[in-house]
Design a protein around this ligand. Structure first.
Ligand code: PMP
Length: 356
């Protein structure tokens, strides 16, 4: 830290991203990426002429992708906002809607960035414990006194709230922003995007990083009432108007055109998830009911950190968190069927070595 750093950032606890080894020698089940490549049209879209066009700035209004997303989700173009990864939207929401005064309310166990963005933007926050079964009690968020932020499905648990429960939260928070982070909704959950037509306090956030195999391209989007979108645009035009690069735009346009490819891959991931969950339960693991592309699991034989290290030494990366209440759990991203077979085989070996 230099002596020049603004004092208010001295104690900022930053977000720790999962390991990103650059040599690719691991089966990588640690950061919820898709194990499948982008669709064929995306690969064609990143071509020589587009690379030559990199000398030009991109369209700051992102008109083409907005139109395509609006059509896909049956909303208007004015209901869509695009950003460099959905993390950017979350940050912008904290900038725009908490302004250091409004409290942000989110679960105690959830995506770690919510707290970082609250701290970064000097927003007061309230963390609400999960129920004993690690699910969210939606009633805790009804009549909230501030901005509600919920990942649905939640991360790292994978557990979802129903649309009826979210509707109740929206209904009882007419004067508060309700941000629903749907990063993992395409893996069996139900999106609340249609509710934006009724609720002007709803901000839905999604990403191309998981179900659309484009974590490396950095593209997130928000869908909300026109005025909320204008608020996000206001922050964007005050920071970085060219926040989506040209290649990502081209890739995303092609990806939306080939939506069926991605939905097919999502259903493969869902069936691999169910198979993996069944096998882990048979091996004596606690497995939370997930509607995402990962499983949150706990061995009844090995502590979380040892399990993570054992798998790493066998070439498989999973995610371990040090937070006290979940330190015996690990989050396992669902890979291809073949990758998960290797994973299960290694888990069996680890258990066998311990005489289980
Ligand atoms: N929300 C949740 C719940 C996530 O797990 C992630 C991925 N780490 C994100 C948002 C951010 O994803 P991205 O910035 O890649 O769109």
């Amino acid at each position: 830290m230099s002596k020049f750093l603004n004092k208010k950032y001295e104690n900022l606890e930053v977000y720790t991203p999962g390991e990103q080894p650059q040599d690719m020698q691991y089966i990588k089940l640690n950061t919820n990426e898709s194990p499948y490549p982008p669709s064929p049209g995306v690969i064609k879209a990143i071509n020589r002429p587009e690379i030559e066009n990199l000398r030009l700035y991109p369209d700051p209004e992102c008109n083409v992708i907005k139109e395509k997303l609006a059509k896909l989700y049956d909303v208007k173009k004015e209901n869509v906002y695009l950003s460099n990864g959905s993390d950017d939207i979350l940050n912008f929401a904290f900038i725009a809607f908490t302004s250091g005064e409004t409290t942000a309310i989110f679960p105690e166990i959830t995506y770690g960035f919510y707290q970082v963005f609250a701290d970064l933007n000097s927003a007061p926050y309230k963390k609400i414990p999960l129920k004993e079964d690690f699910s969210i009690n939606y009633k805790d968020y009804c009549n909230a006194e501030g901005m509600v932020v919920i990942a649905n499905p939640n991360a790292p648990t994978g557990i979802s709230l129903s649309i009826d429960e979210i509707t109740e939260i929206l209904e009882t928070n007419r004067d508060n922003i309700v941000l629903i982070d749907e990063a993992y909704v395409d893996f069996g959950g139900e999106s609340c995007i249609p509710l934006i037509k009724k609720y002007d306090n709803l901000l839905v956030v999604q990403t191309f990083s998981k179900s659309r195999s484009m974590a490396g391209a950095r593209l997130g989007f928000a869908i909300a009432n026109e005025d909320i979108i204008k608020d996000l645009e206001r922050i964007k035009y005050s920071t970085n108007p060219y926040n989506i690069n040209r290649l990502t735009m081209k890739a995303a346009e092609a990806a939306i055109d080939e939506n069926d490819y991605y939905m097919q891959k999502c259903s493969e991931i869902v069936s691999t998830r169910e198979k993996t969950a069944f096998e882990l339960k048979t091996l004596g693991f606690t497995v939370l009911p997930s509607l995402s592309n990962f499983l949150f699991v706990k061995s009844n034989e090995i502590d979380g950190e040892t399990f993570y290290k054992e798998l790493k030494s066998r070439g498989i990366l999973i995610r371990h968190f040090t937070t006290e209440t979940i330190k015996d759990f690990n989050r396992v991203t669902i890979g291809t069927k073949e990758q998960m077979e290797v994973f299960i085989k290694e888990v069996k070996e680890i258990l066998k070595e311990r005489g289980k």
